[in-house]
Design a protein around this ligand. Sequence first.
Ligand code: SF4
Length: 258
Amino acid sequence: MTTVLLPPPTTTRPAVPRPRRPRRPNRLLGQNSEMRADGVWNWTLPALATRLPDGRTVNTCPAAGVCALACYARSGAYRFPNVVARHQQNLEYVLDDLPGWQRQMAAELAHPRYRGGWIRVHDSGDFFSDHYLAAWLRLMAFRPAVSYYCYTKEVRRFRRLVEPAPPRNFRWVYSKGGKEDHLLRPGDRVADVFTDDAAIRAAGYHSQDASDLLAVLGPAPVGIPANNIPQYRKRMAGRSFGEWQAERDAKRASRHPG
Ligand code: SF4
């Protein structure tokens, strides 16, 4: 009788899906040629809202109002796939690992290139949560050799978290066209978007067109000329964002009195 030698039984394990490696940018701050002339770098998130590759939908401008209907950051180069991917990558980082992002940002801000310079917090997007805003406030205190500024529509959040004890090296301007415009008070530094320079002057505002830093360092109130995007200009119909939002608010109030 012959013995047949069978190969030893093999065991197969069910394939375990490998966790997706988080995408993390090497450098967090960017700069274009215009900003270089002013010594400004910026940090950016997706404008308004985005759906991340893992399916999460995140609202990055919770206080946006009519501005969302004519948002400069939802058209043109901002829609290029590589730009969208980078902005989403930034957002994923702060959502999934805020302490890690804060450590990396603090390390980057220590570089001599930023000493005496300015960081614009958000080319697009806004302070979408208390945790995220608090992380920026810690960074500002931790890296005092750098100055920071922003446009924001988060009036309520700033009243609570920033205005009581603002960092020395932080300036902000409340930009109109948001759901919280009605909370603005005389004495607040405000910016509004107008159809052109003539409209800015006629309203008694001061254009920041020569340098974005004028938004926080120049005379106020601050006027911003609208981008030349035909469908946005049509929607504005000659109104500033502030006027457009006030019309909306008044209509809403008349539909829901009291
Ligand atoms: S807050 Fe700024 S970035 Fe956000 S939707 Fe409005 S204009 Fe766009």
